[in-house]
Write a protein that binds this ligand. Structure first.
Ligand SMILES: Cc1cc2nc3c(=O)[nH]c(=O)nc-3n(C[C@H](O)[C@H](O)[C@H](O)COP(=O)(O)OP(=O)(O)OC[C@H]3O[C@@H](n4cnc5c(N)ncnc54)[C@H](O)[C@@H]3O)c2cc1C
Length: 305
């Protein structure tokens, strides 16, 4: 890792190659340990360089956007976290894209305005809300493909090739692809009408979701034929806590960090909720959030739940 860090520092300013960086600063859960190396590329060329050097040095890596769907282990991540938030199109925040589309009189992205992540993260997760989903508007995805010898190729996928499904896509569990842009099919509409829709959705979110606390949004996927929040509430878990990790009183589908929760406490609470829901309803909840690093009960160091 020392050699890799030296190589990265030869290309990037010191403030963009950080060692032992707290991931609590880069995730909306505000919890978890450190990334051995944390790199912030600012351009496509930077990104290619980081990926290539990392693979050539045989170091594990993961790409993150705004860390709004991520729980990092307290033991940290012994690899390179490449943070693309703010870089290029895929690193733009959904809120900013939504505002730009509104001003341009283009409708269809309103549903994503309140999803607090980047466009790249939304594509990977096939993020959705209030009846809209990325798969409804994405026509093509541009990505980088990192080969095992460190070569980085520019590739492109049609919407069909992306295999979008509920909160997942073809690229979700494959870190050799990094999303760099998405082409969207939007429809012309009056900016004021678009603004009104965005305002209504933002109000709904504020009313229903515990936005005043750190979280990663809905912790679990919606099981077919059910709502995770309702199952969790029915199992008596509303308000249940492990340390500062708590099942939100406002929306049982959200696990929140009331201040100083560790990643382990959040994970323990997740497992307890899953256990109680299964006992009460026979439904197995599946986590929607992505786990990075090792957690009890997992064999792999990097694991998508
Ligand atoms: C308050 C709150 C409300 C939320 N509401 C919603 C909602 O309504 N609907 C919804 O679907 N989600 C919601 N979420 C969850 C989250 O915001 C989304 O999943 C979002 O799309 C994640 O984007 P991100 O940039 O933060 O990705 P991250 O959390 O940084 O990463 C998520 C995954 O994508 C990968 N990834 C990120 N960017 C790239 C890239 N450029 N190339 C390759 N891989 C990449 C990461 O490796 C990771 O596996 C909410 C979260 C919060 C905190």
């Amino acid at each position: 890792m020392k050699e890799l860090i030296a190589s990265l520092r030869a290309f990037f300013p010191a403030e963009d190659v950080l060692e032992n960086e707290s991931m609590a600063l880069h995730t909306t859960f505000r919890a978890g340990g450190t990334a051995r190396v944390f790199v912030r590329p600012h351009s496509m060329e930077d990104l290619k360089q980081v990926l290539s050097l990392t693979v050539r040095h045989d170091a594990p890596y993961t790409v993150i956007g705004n860390g709004s769907n991520l729980l990092v282990s307290d033991d940290g991540y012994e690899g390179v976290v490449v943070c693309v938030r703010g870089m290029g199109i895929a690193g733009m925040m959904n809120s900013e894209i939504a505002s730009r589309m509104r001003d341009a009189g283009l409708s269809g992205f309103e549903f994503a305005a309140g999803i607090p992540g980047t466009l790249g993260g939304a594509v990977i997760m096939n993020a959705g809300a209030y009846g809209g989903e990325m798969k409804d508007i994405v026509t093509r995805v541009d990505a980088l493909h990192v080969l095992t010898d460190g070569t980085v190729e520019e590739v492109s996928f049609s919407a069909e090739e992306m295999q979008f499904a509920y909160r997942t896509s073809r690229l979700k569990n494959d870190s050799s692809y990094v999303v760099t842009a998405a082409h969207l099919a939007l429809t012309p509409d009056d900016p004021e009408t678009i603004a009104k829709r965005m305002k209504e959705l933002a109000e709904k979110r504020k009313e229903k979701q515990p936005l005043e606390f750190a979280s990663a949004g809905s912790t679990f996927k919606r099981p077919e034929g059910h709502f995770a929040g309702a199952l969790i509430e029915a199992a008596g878990c509303k308000g249940l806590s492990v340390g500062d990790a708590q099942v939100s009183e406002k929306h049982a589908g959200f696990l929140i960090n009331r201040g100083n929760a560790s990643a382990l406490q959040i994970h323990q609470l997740m497992r307890e909720v899953m256990r109680r829901v299964y006992e009460n309803s026979g439904v197995t909840l599946e986590p929607e959030i992505v786990l990075l690093g090792s957690f009890p009960g997992q064999k792999e160091a990097l694991c998508d739940s």
